[in-house]
Design a protein around this ligand. Structure first.
Ligand code: PSU
Ligand code: MN
Length: 309
């Protein structure tokens, strides 16, 4: 069958993956197991997963099993230092021979450089609760305004102030497109609905691909946030998760946890406070995002077969 052979010869579309979810977002060994699973999930869509990281100063586009394991053991006792790299940290980390996991912002910068248009994660960083005093807003937000990559997420992490995060995305000119969010509005990571309305909801992947293509014709250097709610069967009870977030935030304040350490601290405390249910939900929503991202990368490649990205 010559048609099949021709298709096989064509380069598979890529989906970028970040490495901070492995280093600082999920406990060992659920993180490394998720890494293996995402590679299979994305391959099943016809796309190829590419996980970004910096290892001993070298930029990695795709990790070996050993490299994934090393990044995933970042928080294990006695592990070598693994940094949490924002986009702005990449140059210094590479020049100085450091090892680091890439956040959403760093992964977007690298994906844009590698001409990878679609990126799957859990939830982006955004405006932290209390940011009017701390000024703590994730570099993920400015990266979305700066790099032409579609980030498939379950919205922004629920530990954040989601209303302020949406306001900031609007200011930055980043479109937020819901995937089947007509009933839920903007998702809230562990739960399907934040109660915040979302003007745009798309119901199928080919339409999503056309929306991206049109966006990039007008704004060739601006990213897009795709908000894909966690599947119903994995969603947590909103009251339980909100109570956990309240406790974890109070503890962080008491202990003076700030800056880059805050998000990993909150995620780890939520894991403990929910008996692992927050991690189960986190894994499920990332997998759900990876599947959509794979389908989207394939649909984009079908729209523009000449585009070698
Ligand atoms: N999504 C998850 N878990 C995570 C993250 C995202 O499900 O740990 C990471 C991403 O790498 C994101 C980072 O860029 O958290 C945000 O960190 P901060 O709030 O410090 O910008
Ligand atoms: Mn921050």
């Amino acid at each position: 069958m010559p048609v099949t052979r021709l298709k096989e010869q064509r380069r598979r579309p890529s989906v970028a993956l970040e490495s901070t979810i492995y280093a600082f977002g999920l406990p060992y060994p659920s993180n490394v197991e998720l890494g293996w699973k995402l590679a299979r999930t994305i391959a099943a869509t016809g796309a190829e997963a590419k996980t970004f990281a910096v290892i001993d100063g070298d930029l990695k586009v795709g990790l070996s099993d050993d490299e994934l394991d090393r990044i995933s053991r970042a928080q294990e006792p006695g592990a070598d230092t693994v940094l949490k790299l924002n986009a702005s940290d990449l140059g210094p980390a590479m020049a100085l021979g450091m090892t680091g996991a890439t956040t959403v912002s760093a992964t977007m910068a690298l994906a844009a450089g590698a001409k990878v248009r679609v990126f799957a994660t859990g939830g982006i960083g955004g405006v932290h609760r209390g940011a009017n005093e701390t000024f703590d807003e994730s570099q993920d937000l400015t990266a979305l305004a700066r790099y032409p990559v579609a980030v498939v997420s379950a919205g922004a992490k629920a530990i954040l102030d989601l209303a302020l995060t949406l306001e900031r995305l609007e200011t930055l000119g980043v479109p937020v497109i819901g995937y089947r969010t007509r009933e839920t509005g903007f998702p809230a990571f562990y739960t399907r609905s934040s109660g915040l309305p979302l003007a745009l909801s798309v119901d199928d992947v080919p339409t999503l691909a056309r929306v991206l293509r049109a966006h990039w014709r007008i704004h060739p250097s601006v990213g897009v946030l795709i908000a894909n709610p966690i599947p119903e069967e994995f969603a947590l009870d909103p009251a339980v998760i909100e109570a956990g977030i309240g406790l974890a935030l109070a503890e962080a304040r008491e202990k003076g946890v700030r800056g880059k350490a805050l998000t990993p601290f909150l995620l780890k405390r939520l894991d403990q406070l929910t008996d692992g249910r927050s991690v189960e939900a986190n894994v499920a929503l990332i997998e759900n995002n990876a599947r959509l991202a794979g389908d989207l990368a394939v649909a984009l490649a079908e729209l523009d077969p000449e585009d070698k990205t």
